[in-house]
Design a protein around this ligand. Structure first.
Ligand SMILES: C[S@@+](CC[C@H](N)C(=O)[O-])C[C@H]1O[C@@H](n2cnc3c(N)ncnc32)[C@H](O)[C@@H]1O
Length: 300
């Protein structure tokens, strides 16, 4: 496992304003030197800005590449009426009012959130990265519990993306960036969480490899609320997300030399009958939502 790189001597007009996480250039992986709300790569000299509290670390060519996905995703989420106009809604997540259009979904999310919190247990001040953080509700909940949290997402909109940060009491760092180019120096997070987001990864292997690059030596990747299936399913090319299979995850973990542990299997007896009914309705296997950790094996 790589150690955190030493900071390089900063040019005179730049200084390190003690950012909570060491940033790396998404273009060349050089260390970013931070001056208040601007960062500059010590290697390739690309500059990045922090605007409205969000570090803009998506390269222009990647912004262009993701534009159709962002538009489609945003349109669907608006049609499905995600988000709200008041800050109390965001602060209470994953709990939502009775009349929320997505109450059933949020109740499942809340159960898994409780499982994650129980699993974290008494650990304090963990350095956590919430990848594909959306409106940042999990980052907020973890910051409220005293952890040092960073949130990454492609989208910065105020209702359903990182821009919703303005609603929260508890501070966490926000980075507009992508799964496959996480803008962080190696080996600094205790936990990298994909919360309902891993199934958007265009490449599972590259995404998990990138996440493991920034894990501290005994850090873990935590996978929550992504749908998993026993067999691969053909899907419409218009779908912005992908079907993950257990085999695919096991194979990828083996290739990357990551150990998998199941925290919650989502296979309880009382769900089996219900699954059969749903399978008949859908004409395919309904998804499982297990909770996994992945971790590099201990150094002997
Ligand atoms: C279903 S949402 C989950 C949001 C949040 N984690 C939650 O639990 O509500 C998936 C999020 O992943 C983000 N996302 C998808 N592909 C991404 C990528 N390649 N890099 C960064 N974020 C991505 C989307 O913008 C979206 O906010």
């Amino acid at each position: 496992m790589n150690a955190i790189p030493k900071t390089v001597a900063a040019p005179s007009q730049f200084y390190f304003a003690a950012p909570p996480f060491a940033l790396a250039c998404p273009r060349c992986r050089g260390i970013l030197e931070v001056l208040v709300s601007r960062a500059r790569c010590a290697e390739c000299h690309t500059e990045y800005d922090c605007v409205n509290g969000i570090w803009r670390l998506l390269l222009p060519e990647r912004e262009k590449y993701f534009a159709p996905f962002r538009e489609q995703y945003q349109r669907t989420r608006a049609q499905e009426r995600w988000g709200a106009d008041n800050e109390n809604y965001y602060r209470a997540l994953p709990r939502v009012p009775r009349d929320d259009p997505h109450r059933a979904m949020w109740r499942i999310r809340e159960k898994n959130f409780r499982r994650v919190i129980a699993w974290i247990g008494a650990a304090t001040s963990l350095r956590v990265l919430d990848v594909g953080a959306g409106n940042g509700w999990l980052a907020n909940q973890l910051a409220a519990r005293g952890h040092r949290v960073a949130a990454v997402d492609l989208r910065d909109d105020a209702r359903d993306g990182l821009g919703a940060r303005r609603n929260y009491f508890f501070a966490f760092e926000c980075y507009q960036a992508e799964f496959e180019r996480l803008p962080f120096a190696p080996a600094q997070f205790d936990l990298v969480i994909f919360n309902a987001s891993l199934h958007y990864a265009a490449s599972l292997a590259e995404t998990l490899q990138e996440a493991s690059r920034i894990l501290a030596p005994i850090g873990k990747i935590l996978l929550v609320d992504s749908p998993f299936y026993s067999h691969s399913i053909t899907q419409s090319p218009n779908r912005p997300n992908y079907f993950l299979t257990f085999d695919q995850l096991n194979r990828t973990a083996r290739e990357l030399n990551l150990n998998i542990e199941i925290i919650f299997a989502d296979a309880e007896w009382h769900k089996r009958a219900r699954r059969k009914i749903i399978a008949r309705k859908l004409g395919r296997e309904p998804a499982h939502f297990p909770i996994y950790t992945l971790q590099s094996p201990p150094v002997p």
